[in-house]
Design a binder for this molecule. Structure first.
Ligand code: AMP
Ligand code: ZN
Length: 142
């Protein structure tokens, strides 16, 4: 547990949360300021700041919980779709530094936008630049 982390405090039961799923590793609860009805957050119980800091087995448990919960959340609020995403780091808009996946149920004409609308100015990358990025990402995994 990390002192002052609001999600760790929810895990500890020190502040209330509307829990929709719980096991030894993962907790899922309703977002307190929902973007749509059913907006759900899925977190590891242990404090890890970003996906990058999260052990692979724990990240796998978070992903499998998202996989289980997406259809349940959509069915519960009668949503035909959902946006499932992580704000991974402060510059990406992460406000609570305890890794969490969002399930945001989506509805026809809900006024929301797709992930493609994240940025207004897309970079105009050349083929050479794309090739270099491709090989750099492959090299980082070696
Ligand atoms: P992010 O910007 O990805 O870090 O999202 C943080 C999310 O946590 C926001 O959608 C908040 O509405 C939500 N949130 C913050 N405090 C609480 C809380 N006590 N219980 C439930 N959700 C919360
Ligand atoms: Zn935490």
């Amino acid at each position: 547990m990390s002192e002052n982390c609001i999600f760790c405090q929810i895990v500890a039961g020190d502040i209330p949360g509307r829990t929709v799923y719980e096991d030894d590793t993962v907790l899922a609860f309703l977002d307190a300021n929902p973007l749509s009805p059913g907006h759900t957050l899925v977190i590891p119980k242990a404090h890890h700041e970003r996906l990058n800091d999260t052990p692979a087995d724990v990240a796998g448990e978070v992903m499998s919980t998202l996989h289980e919960l997406v259809p349940a959340v959509e069915a519960a609020v009668d949503a035909p779709a959902s946006t499932v995403a992580f704000n991974n780091g402060e510059e990406a808009g992460q406000e609570v530094p305890h890794v969490h996946g969002h399930i945001v149920p989506r509805f026809e004409d809900d006024g929301g936008r797709p992930i493609h609308a994240l940025v207004t100015d897309r970079p105009d990358l050349s083929d050479d630049e794309l090739d270099a990025i491709e090989s750099d990402i492959v090299a980082e995994q070696a």
